[in-house]
Write a protein that binds this ligand. Sequence first.
Ligand SMILES: *[C@@H]1O[C@H](CO)[C@@H](O)[C@H](O)[C@H]1NC(C)=O
Ligand SMILES: *[C@@H]1O[C@H](CO)[C@@H](O)[C@H](O)[C@H]1NC(C)=O
Ligand SMILES: *[C@@H]1O[C@H](CO)[C@@H](O)[C@H](O)[C@H]1NC(C)=O
Ligand SMILES: *[C@@H]1O[C@H](CO)[C@@H](O)[C@H](O)[C@H]1NC(C)=O
Ligand SMILES: *[C@@H]1O[C@H](CO)[C@@H](O)[C@H](O)[C@H]1NC(C)=O
Ligand SMILES: *[C@@H]1O[C@H](CO)[C@@H](O)[C@H](O)[C@H]1NC(C)=O
Ligand SMILES: *[C@@H]1O[C@H](CO)[C@@H](O)[C@H](O)[C@H]1NC(C)=O
Ligand SMILES: *[C@@H]1O[C@H](CO)[C@@H](O)[C@H](O)[C@H]1NC(C)=O
Ligand SMILES: *[C@@H]1O[C@H](CO)[C@@H](O)[C@H](O)[C@H]1NC(C)=O
Ligand SMILES: *[C@@H]1O[C@H](CO)[C@@H](O)[C@H](O)[C@H]1NC(C)=O
Length: 879
Amino acid sequence: MGLPSVSLSMSWLVHNLHIHLVLLCCLSILNSGFTATTSSSWLMGNKSDRLSLLATKAKIVEDPLHVLSSWNDSIHFCQWQGVTCGHRQQRVTAMDLQSRELVGSISPHLGNLSFLRELLLQNNSFGNEIPPEIGRLSRLQILQLNNNSIGGRITVNISRCANHIFLNVSENGLVGEVPVELGSLSKLVIVKIHKNNLTGSISPFANLSSLRGLSLCYNHFHGSIPDGFGRLKNLQRLALGANNLFGTIPPSLFNHSSRIMIDVIMNQIQGSLPWTWASLFPVLKNFNIGINHFTGSIPVSISNASKLLRLEMVQNEFTGKVPNLAGLQKLNWLILTDNQLGSEEAEDLNFISSLINATNLQFLGVNINYFGCKLPESIGNLSSNLQVLYLDNNQIFGSIPTGIVNLVGLQSLDMQFNQLTGSIPSGIGKLQNLHELKLGYNSLSGNIPSSLRNLSLLSKLFLGVNKFHGSIPSSLGNCSNLQMLLLSQNNLTGAIPKQVVSISSLSISLDLSQNQLSGFLPTEVANLINLGYLDVSYNLLSGEIPSTLGSCTRLETLHLGNNFFNETIPSSLSFLRGLVELGLASNNLSGEIPMYLESFTLLQNWNLSFNNFEGVVPIQGVFSNASAISVVGNSKLCGGVAELKLPKCNLKVDEKRRSNSVLTLALSIPFGFVGLALVGCVLYLCWFRKRRKDTPSDSSKNLLLRVSYQTLVKATDGFSSFNLIGVGSFGSVYRGVIDGRIFTVKVINLLRHGASKSFVFECEALRNIRHRNLVKVLTACSTIDYQGHDFKALVYEFMVNGSLEEWLHPNCNEDLSNEEFKKLNFLQRLNIIIDVACAVNYLHNQGQTPIVHCDLKPSNILLCGISSPHVRGDPPCAA
Ligand SMILES: *[C@@H]1O[C@H](CO)[C@@H](O)[C@H](O)[C@H]1NC(C)=O
Ligand SMILES: *[C@@H]1O[C@H](CO)[C@@H](O)[C@H](O)[C@H]1NC(C)=O
Ligand SMILES: *[C@@H]1O[C@H](CO)[C@@H](O)[C@H](O)[C@H]1NC(C)=O
Ligand SMILES: *[C@@H]1O[C@H](CO)[C@@H](O)[C@H](O)[C@H]1NC(C)=O
Ligand SMILES: *[C@@H]1O[C@H](CO)[C@@H](O)[C@H](O)[C@H]1NC(C)=O
Ligand SMILES: *[C@@H]1O[C@H](CO)[C@@H](O)[C@H](O)[C@H]1NC(C)=O
Ligand SMILES: *[C@@H]1O[C@H](CO)[C@@H](O)[C@H](O)[C@H]1NC(C)=O
Ligand SMILES: *[C@@H]1O[C@H](CO)[C@@H](O)[C@H](O)[C@H]1NC(C)=O
Ligand SMILES: *[C@@H]1O[C@H](CO)[C@@H](O)[C@H](O)[C@H]1NC(C)=O
Ligand SMILES: *[C@@H]1O[C@H](CO)[C@@H](O)[C@H](O)[C@H]1NC(C)=O
């Protein structure tokens, strides 16, 4: 219903923005092209360099690409892979082993390569620490160790590499503070230290006067941004995001027209934008101050930042009017999400009209603010490249401008939580790139437009909590990528179209609750095999709960309450073992509470109040916790845990109930394979004894018959509850008609732990019997593919005469004449005893592995051969 969608929308926003914004922060730092030069010479080189290289090799423990196999005595070390020497002295000047899948540590002996200028080890799995000996590389200019697993602190000795220009140690596990001495590396141009666990102040960097790019994001730096940053005249790109920095931005930082990118997202920075920031406008491309505590208004001067590509101010405390942005014609991203912008005045959103010349605009987020006006008609003139438009959580009123359907690039359109009225523009079907259309929580009315059928990429459609009326268009079934469909709390009428419950892509939720929907819940609901959340509560639905619901095995939440569903809970619901919440309250459901629910280990909440359930409330599983279930308003229930305060069950009644249930679940078979094997065996005996008299006429025709899923569906009338004979712990047994003959179809629920194994055993047992030409009952034993799920089914001849239990303890409710027929005479009883003894003997002694039947009782002994009850005295299975 309502709430999940709110939290989803919010968490989506937060997630996407965070990830997107912060990644940008780390990736867009300038990476100037420093490349190693190669040289070759066959002269003898310096012995010490060779030893250092070999010592380096010795520290590398894994080299899956065999890069270092060339580091051998047969060639000069200047020819070794990844090694570059200077022309004159034959000394190592560069080592490039990047992206070679190397595992090991950095040898301290590297410090002896005194001519080394470039050391490129990035993108491997070097661990351990940066050796202090690296400080002896006085010629070192480029050091790239990024994307390894290097830990420890940044060694102070690194500050002795006075020629250092490029330092990249990002994406490692560095800890501790950055040594103050680093500030002496006055030649450093690019420093990338992002994605480590560094702490302390960032002030050492404030002295690096040559700095052009500095990326420190994703660390634990704290303190304020030092004034010294303002003196870094050449600094073009500054990324400080995702740290714990606080205080204000020093105005001097903005005082240079060299700044291309400033990114301080996700810190605790406060204050307003200083007037100096106008100096940035000639070059500024990227300005990201999201998720801080900035206040004040957005300066009007911003329109002069003509190079601006991204302006991101998400989650701050900006107030007032958004100025005209017509000057920002290069803009790609504008995110003002989650501020206090807007004055609830008519011109609040005029800035949107000022963006129509920003032809590259892709992302426009003005959601979660106080904009309170109509949407400008000109919104349809925004760039057709616009992919994301967030207007949700404002006080926007009036209707949705029809021009919005011109934004054909839109992938995500969110206008939830406003006061929009009128109907959805019928041309909405033109937005064929839409993945998400969220219009919930408004006052939209009219019909749900059938042109939504054209949105074949749509995965989320939120129209809940509006005033839509009319019926749900069946053409929504064309939206074959839908994962979430929320239509709750409208005024929708008519039946639920079967096409809508056939969208098998629906995986997250289908919420049709709180409407005026009537008719049956279509049996096609069986197609929702991926669905986790189904809510049709508070409608006018009637008839049975379709047994096909048992196919929706991924369901965790099922709300059917407050409708007019009648009859019993279909036994196929026993397949829904993942259920956490089951709401059936306020219907006309009757019958007994299914015992299998006791074994639903995940079930936490079951509401069955105000129905006509009767009989015993179980006490195990979910039933053991009185607060997890609600049973009020079912006057015929008894038992249960004491807290439910239900009447005790009368034992007599209980007994009767038991025999009733034997009747209703006439052939309830426990799903141990032994149960079936025994059945098979008794049947063998039936058949065998019979054969002594009959000619073995049609038995040979009954060999293995392969049945398809469709055959089974047809045979069992769509696994209808009418044909359900019984439910056991591993599956359900149905009666089915194939080619005019009655068969028993046992469907194994493979989700049940152990079921698959049990099935294999059972098949094996039956196959053995068949193989020995003993039994004719087995007709199929196959795995059937049911919409990508493995279902297993056994099909064998139906036991016309039910179980021995019924014959021994006939149901008292049946009328006398019938009861009379169900009496066994002494001879019949003796025959049965002999047969059972034979069967047990077979299980114990004749099978390949001795089998012990653990549940031998009359209800597990199925009878064939009593041709029909009215032929009195006809002994079972005997001539
Ligand atoms: C090799 O390099 C080491 C260290 O730089 C130096 O001491 C030694 O004299 C050099 N030897 C030759 C033959 O150049
Ligand atoms: C590197 O130099 C140090 C100190 O001069 C020396 O102890 C070590 O043996 C040298 N290593 C190699 C591999 O030459
Ligand atoms: C030494 O390296 C060369 C060049 O890669 C290679 O051809 C040769 O097989 C290597 N020798 C040994 C013993 O690995
Ligand atoms: C990192 O190395 C992997 C292989 O180990 C390679 O596929 C990937 O492209 C490399 N990434 C960079 C940025 O070099
Ligand atoms: C980091 O290196 C791993 C291989 O070790 C590679 O798969 C991954 O893509 C690299 N990451 C980056 C950002 O280059
Ligand atoms: C690190 O630098 C200090 C001086 O700053 C020096 O005494 C020490 O020897 C250096 N350590 C190494 C391993 O080079
Ligand atoms: C870095 O910090 C994070 C969070 O504080 C922690 O989960 C992670 O284990 C740390 N990594 C290292 C290498 O210390
Ligand atoms: C858009 O550009 C056109 C042509 O350059 C100009 O006439 C119009 O005023 C501009 N509109 C806005 C809102 O910037
Ligand atoms: C729903 O529709 C009925 C009749 O069509 C109407 O009486 C009722 O006011 C509507 N409810 C809402 C909330 O629009
Ligand atoms: C159940 O509801 C359906 C449809 O309303 C009705 O036809 C049927 O008779 C009802 N069954 C019972 C037992 O009330």
